[in-house]
Design a protein around this ligand. Structure first.
Ligand code: G3H
Ligand code: ZN
Length: 289
């Protein structure tokens, strides 16, 4: 059932657990997230990137998520979030159509520009009584990792400065803050880490919920420590993509004569559900619906 995101995240903060924000772009992923949430009796955030919106259309994906949330997921709290919104029109459209929360990601800009671009989105989001997330510090992806490995950039320079984070939150009045503490978008086991002392420092200065992006590839111990150090929302995308592809490959090899997409995709949906369930257990949101 769709509920205000505040209800989900406030409860998580009080209970000292984190809520998973899982990316979707189609029906199978959405079903997997909702089914896992129901089975685990857990709240979840279902999120779409701008490219996921482009893949179908805002109306299509939004209504599909709401429909799944109100049918399959009717017994658990679910919020809808725009992930890494970079286009003002898309962000505004998501606010107006009924998203629970939007992420205005101007993290690649300088501090002042980031503040300037974030503020009007916060005002509009609050007018619609929803939450706004913004980001300070850079969270690398695959290309960034290449530069990192080549020594062209340093992870330390990209991470969120705790004092700047405090100033940023005060100036923008955002509801949640995405921080850079060593994680990378994608699954890069052995390379990704969480700078726990930095996270502790940010937590001590910033009094709003903190969001850990780039969750895939982290170990259970890293997640648990990050939650103990103040993370309330954890974004997961790649883990579900990997589960989808692995099961699909097997499925296509095993039953070459089957052409029914539902039969071909079922193992992928089931395995993504297992992956979401696993994350829910690690994050501590099991039985918190
Ligand atoms: O915004 C989405 C994420 O931060 C997901 O990152 O693909 O590493 O799980 P991930
Ligand atoms: Zn992210």
């Amino acid at each position: 059932m769709i509920v205000p995101i505040k209800q989900i995240v406030d409860k998580a903060r009080k209970g000292k657990y984190a809520v998973g924000a899982f990316n979707t772009s189609n029906l199978e992923i959405t079903l997997a997230i909702a089914r896992a949430a129901v089975k685990q009796r857990s709240p979840v955030i279902i999120q779409t990137s701008e490219s996921a919106i482009k893949y179908s259309s805002l109306e299509t994906i939004y209504n599909m998520i709401v429909n799944v949330a109100e049918t399959v997921g009717k017994s658990v709290p679910i919020a809808i979030h725009l992930d890494h919104g970079k286009t003002t029109k898309v962000i505004k459209d998501c606010i107006k159509i009924g998203y629970s929360s939007v992420h205005i990601d101007a993290s690649e800009k300088d501090f002042a520009t980031n503040v300037k671009l974030t503020k009007p989105i916060v005002t509009l989001a609050h007018k619609y009584r929803i939450w706004a997330q913004a980001e300070l510090g850079a969270i690398l992806g695959k290309e960034g990792l290449v530069k990192l490995k080549a020594g062209k950039i340093k992870m330390e320079d990209l991470m969120t400065d705790p004092l700047k984070a405090k100033e940023f939150v005060n100036k923008t009045k955002i509801d949640t803050l995405a921080i850079s503490v060593g994680t990378i978008h994608g699954s890069f086991k052995g390379i990704e880490r969480v700078d726990q002392p930095r996270l502790q420092k940010i937590s001590s200065l910033v009094k709003i919920p903190l969001v850990l992006h780039g969750g895939s590839g982290l170990t259970t111990a890293m997640f648990k420590k990050a939650i103990a150090n103040g993370i309330s929302i954890i974004n997961i995308d790649t883990n579900l993509r990997l589960a989808f592809k692995k099961a699909l490959k097997k499925s296509l090899k095993r039953k070459t004569d089957i052409i029914d997409p539902r039969k071909i995709l079922k193992p992928s949906t089931d395995d993504m559900q297992k992956e979401v369930s696993k994350m829910i257990t690690i994050f501590g949101s099991k039985n918190k619906a």
